[in-house]
Design a protein around this ligand. Structure first.
Ligand SMILES: Cc1ncc(COP(=O)(O)O)c(C=O)c1O
Length: 379
């Protein structure tokens, strides 16, 4: 099997699974219980939080563990909107955000909020000036993703943070689900107030993640019902999942430090090989995250390619996992100015640190054969 759908989800690291198993069997107590089993679970939870805070260079009190990217994004968007609606009801985001940002924003319009979707250029990058120009007196939140999940474009987070920092009354949230462990991001940078991360994109487990909430940022909780996570996220903590998340994050950061260059080289190799296939369009910009490559095959249905590759044991996806079952055009590619034809025929190849040169070569050779085969049928 050659798995090239790592932006949809990653295979859990065996050592992450070991940590999970150990935590869930030995430390199964409820951290809120007053007896010893509860106490040890609580201690483990605190240790994981400490570890994560150290890795991210933030305070322990600034981390809340969640069930993943979707929950963290919803908590950030709705949490700021509901808490600060008396000051303003205007939110700025981009045209290429993940559904877990776009849909909460759309839902908020039903409650009287106004959303500005800042456009992107042909490389899928937001202009900080466009964000600056969109800021109004009643703007309470800017939410911009770190790395786009379909094409891998990297957003100018530092520049946007600098702008947000000049407007102390508004908050800046970053969806870092695709960037973490691949593209550097300094959470402690002035101007960044909230950051979303997800465990299953970094060889951790599904249903795990976090929201960084900078000290002094107040949000209305999405979940009420207990005092867990400083009252910001009620519900018995997923202790074993959190332990697994901390481990996965540590490994992801280590891999980024030690093997980031190799992943970029592999990404470049993939691009060079794809450039030799006639009739495909490469949609990922040159300056992009090192694990995502988006291409269009305008004369072939993307689902057919995905299925034919899967029959040969190679796994890629059409667009992103959340939208891959819909056959409409990619809104991300349309926002970058691509034609309907290109936007309807996109597929995404996403690498991991364990992807090899041989995997890439086999994938490109198989794709070439499939395209040749399909072209013969069309003639
Ligand atoms: C950019 C981005 N944000 C958020 C999410 C949602 O994360 P989760 O699957 O953990 O809910 C995803 C998942 O694909 C994503 O790519």
């Amino acid at each position: 099997m050659i798995y090239l759908d790592n932006s949809a989800t990653t295979k859990p690291d065996p050592s992450v699974l070991d940590s999970f198993l150990q935590a869930t069997t030995v430390y199964f107590g409820n951290p809120s219980s007053v007896h010893q089993l509860g106490g040890t679970a609580e201690k483990l939870l605190q240790q994981s939080k400490q570890q994560v805070a150290q890795l991210l260079n933030v305070k322990e009190s600034e981390i809340i563990f969640t069930s993943g990217g979707t929950e963290s994004n919803n908590t950030a968007i709705k949490g700021i909107a509901l808490q600060h609606q008396n000051r303003g009801r205007h939110i700025i985001t981009s045209a290429i955000e993940h559904a877990s940002i776009i849909e909460p924003c759309q839902a908020l319009t039903e409650l009287g909020f106004e959303i500005t979707y800042v456009p992107v250029d042909e490389d899928g990058v937001v202009s900080p000036t466009a964000i600056q120009d969109a800021i109004r007196d009643d703007t309470i939140l800017i939410s911009i993703m770190h790395v786009n999940n379909e094409i891998g474009s990297i957003q100018p987070i530092s520049d946007i943070a600098a702008i947000a920092n000049q407007h102390p009354k508004l908050f800046f949230h970053v969806d870092a689900v695709q960037g973490i462990g691949k593209v550097p991001l300094d959470l402690s940078e002035p101007g960044i107030d909230m950051v979303t991360m997800s465990g299953h994109k970094i060889h951790g487990l599904k249903g795990t993640g976090l929201l960084y909430i900078k000290e002094g940022t107040s949000i209305f909780p999405l979940l009420h019902g207990g005092h867990q996570e400083q009252g910001l996220r009620a519900g018995t903590e997923n202790v074993a999942g959190i332990v697994a998340f901390a481990k996965a994050l540590r490994l992801a950061i280590q891999k980024q430090d030690m093997h980031g260059h190799e992943l970029s080289e592999l990404h470049n190799m993939l691009r060079r090989k794809l450039e030799h296939i006639p009739d495909i369009q490469i949609n990922t910009p040159i300056h992009a995250a090192p694990h995502i490559m988006n291409i269009s095959t305008p004369w072939h249905k993307p689902e057919v390619l995905v299925h034919m590759l899967a029959e040969k044991g190679i796994y890629i996806s059409t667009k992103s996992a959340c939208t891959s079952k819909q056959s409409e055009a990619s809104t991300v590619l349309l926002a970058c100015g691509h034609s309907q034809l290109n936007a309807k025929s996109a597929v995404r190849i996403s690498l991991a640190y364990d992807t090899t040169e041989e995997d890439v070569t086999t994938f490109v050779d198989t794709l070439t054969q499939i395209i040749n085969q399909l072209q013969k049928v069309m003639k």
